[in-house]
Write a protein that binds this ligand. Structure first.
Ligand code: AMP
Length: 301
């Protein structure tokens, strides 16, 4: 079924303990589109400037991503640079230039309006809300955000949270949103603010999902080396939303399967810089790692 994503499309400079790369392909919507395209056709909404490498959108198109909603605008592409600490869960933003996203007003193509699943990936919540307002009653809407917007655009974000079904954030963002460091308390406050479920990512400690009546946890895949954690959250969201859109099964069991697929996609992308690892991935590799997750979490009743 149709899956729409709106979010940043960017060029990143990344420093991790494994090395440094400049002008790597980045942006939450980019990571999401690459990862979700293994599950279902994706409709992408975002903006790029004149400096964006020409082959990227064609590559995405070849993977079943509809790029009719990606505007090519005069100006520069969003640029972000970040440096990770030895403890990879901690990173500093060294530089952020919104470029063409600064005064971008997305207008989605008419062909996108009937999207049944939508993911509002990390970008200004005003843009997330604008795109959500252009959809004709989607079945399930997921949402992400980050410290930049939680601190700088709180009223708009709060209003948006009242309109989404699922919030996917990391533990730091959950704490910033609620003032609670404890994820159980933070999740309860988030659920009270609108979303029917909240997925809290905890880096190398995995992910934990809360809804009114359920709690579900999945560990992170045990990797020998993480090269670059950028985009792990977006790829996690892509596996979750991609699998839900593919199966149409939003039951508790369907959601559990989707969360494991999310964990699979997050575990792959960190194996190389930027979205590079996704470009060499196959559906067979994804399903093989899913099976490894099943045995990793197989506990006797
Ligand atoms: P993640 O690692 O999942 O937080 O996503 C990283 C991506 O988010 C990078 O590729 C950046 O280009 C992008 N990004 C960083 N800061 C922002 C921001 N304030 N708004 C939108 N996208 C951002």
């Amino acid at each position: 079924m149709s899956l729409l994503v709106v979010g940043s499309v960017a060029l990143d400079t990344l420093e991790t303990p494994a090395g440094k790369v400049e002008d790597a392909l980045g942006g939450a919507a980019t990571y999401f589109a690459y990862a979700a395209s293994f599950f279902t056709p994706v409709r992408m909404v975002g903006a790029v400037g004149d400096d964006f490498p020409s082959g990227v959108l064609a590559d995405l198109e070849g993977r079943g991503v509809d790029i009719a909603g990606v505007d090519k605008l005069p100006g520069t592409t969003l640029r972000w640079s970040g440096r990770y600490h030895k403890e990879l869960n901690v990173r500093d933003t060294l530089h952020l230039d919104l470029g063409v996203f600064g005064d971008y007003q997305p207008e989605i193509p008419a062909s996108y309006r009937d999207s049944e699943y939508a993911f509002l990936a990390n970008i200004d919540p005003a843009l997330q809300a604008r795109v959500l307002g252009q959809l004709n009653g989607p079945k399930l809407v997921g949402c992400d955000t980050m410290n930049h917007w939680i601190e700088g655009s709180r009223p708009v974000l709060d209003e948006l949270l009242g309109r989404v079904d699922m919030l996917i954030v990391n533990d730091e963002e959950a704490e910033l949103l609620t003032g609670d460091r404890n994820v159980v308390k933070a999740a309860a406050k988030i659920l009270a603010s609108g979303p029917k479920s909240v997925l809290i990512k905890r880096g190398e400690y995995g992910v934990i999902e809360f809804s009114a009546n359920t709690i579900f946890a999945v560990p992170a895949y045990p990797l020998e080396e993480v090269i670059d954690p950028t985009g792990a959250g977006d790829c996690f969201a892509a596996g979750v939303m991609g699998e839900l859109a593919r199966s149409g099964d939003t039951s508790p069991a369907g959601l559990r399967r989707a969360i494991v697929y999310g964990s699979v996609m997050g575990s792959f992308v960190v194996e190389d810089f930027g979205p590079k690892r996704l470009q060499s991935l196959t559906r067979e590799m994804i399903d093989e790692r899913y099976r490894q997750f099943v045995s990793l979490t197989d506990v006797p009743a």
